[in-house]
Design a protein around this ligand. Sequence first.
Ligand code: 87F
Length: 505
Amino acid sequence: MATNNAKASNAKKKEVKKETKLGLTYKKDENFGEWYSEVVVSSEMIEYYDISGCYILRPWTMAIWETLQVFFDAQIKKMNIKNAYFPLFVTENVLQKEKDHIEGFAPEVAWVTKSGQTDLEVPIAIRPTSETVMYPYFSKWIRGHRDLPLKVNQWCNVVRWEFSHPTPFIRSREFLWQEGHTAFATKAEADEEVLQILELYRRIYEEFLAIPVIKGQKSELEKFAGGLYTTSVEAFIPNTGRGIQGATSHCLGQNFAKMFQINFENDKGEKAMVWQNSWAYSTRTLGVMVMVHGDDKGLVLPPRVASIQVIVIPVPYKDADVTAIKAACETTVQTLSNAGFSAELDTRENYSPGWKYSHWEMKGVPLRIEIGPKDLEKNQVRVVRRDNGAKIDVPVNDLVEKVKELLGSIQESLFNAAKEKRDACIKVVNTWDEFIAALNDKNMILAPWCDEEEVEKDVKARTKGELGAAKTLCTPFDQPRLAEGTLCFASGKPAKKWTYWGRSY
Ligand code: 87F
């Protein structure tokens, strides 16, 4: 009888185990590209779609996106920026209005040419960005200085028909973003806003996603060609040794104002042109998060963006009092929810506790609480950290306080670990040979530069290869001292500034 019972329970175990194979096939350090594709799918963030470069953003993804959106939206509203929504479509005529700005991008613009079987009289473009959609109306709405500043933002999708290797979140043909477009009477006001927005982008990365970024200015070659200057936050992916532009905040100067005749009468009654900015961050943020924090067990979510911060799993092994365990689990979830944490209970009976552990690890949930017979007996719960696997037995009475402390600690250590890894990949170089060695070692390179466009083009040409050329990432606002007589690493001319270089996404 005992043997039969054992057999039956073994059979049951097997049946439970068979349900799905969990765990990743690829390792982050061995095959990063495949690892990434596997993580975004297995964690249920992404589902592939039958159009290349288009992805389904599943609820696990959208919850994170919405957390960032709630933060950013509240912040820009404090700055008196209003949300609006402009159409998805733009006529060729309007799109081409600012020729210089569109020129390099033209191959990526997607067009609607038919309705049903009938050719449209004029093809209609799908917005790749909304300058040309919005600015004709800025021109109409702005008359006098009392109409300024005009500050709008929209949350929307855009389409850029990329031909280079598509990657979920990082390079997709359709993506979600916010685009802010503002117009001011003076350059000083525009300058100030550029940096205010950039600081919000820094906070999104550092305070929410626990990813260190570098604030700086893009080179003339890398800036948005339609604008005056471009600032960005730059992140780094140690596994590939590539920099990645995290978000951009542009001062457009008066280029678009000229094109679209966005004029106003100033307080002296003279005709003047507005100063404009535009700025955006996109769902790319989430790809950077996966790449930076994910590990061989799957996704690792920073607590501040995790839609489930604590998953509670009953562990009713042997002859446990299943009812009592379930009750303890429910109480735990209730206590944590009341304290303002996002906690859920996994009561599914067709999955073993072990399977559930792997499942929620794959999805990156920061804390797991296991409750078994021993825990009941001792009036405690077992808490397991996703980031480092540490197991901590917590008396039920200390639960709320301890969970608060642990979530804070995870958020902080994710950032610190990412920063340590990133910093270990920053190499300061002074010569071309040092530069090439550091580049081949997958580093991000800080080098003294003469700030000449020809030299930057030359560096690109000289580093061209399978892995892609090196380019400037940004000139950090936080500049180390540049000793007098320092020479450019690439041209040997006097250096003007320290600039970050590297391969990039
Ligand atoms: C692709 C096709 C057509 C980028 C494009 O960064 C046009 C463009 O203008 C294009 N890809 N850009 C630059 C976008 C500049 C600017 N737009 C508003 C931003 C922030 C948000």
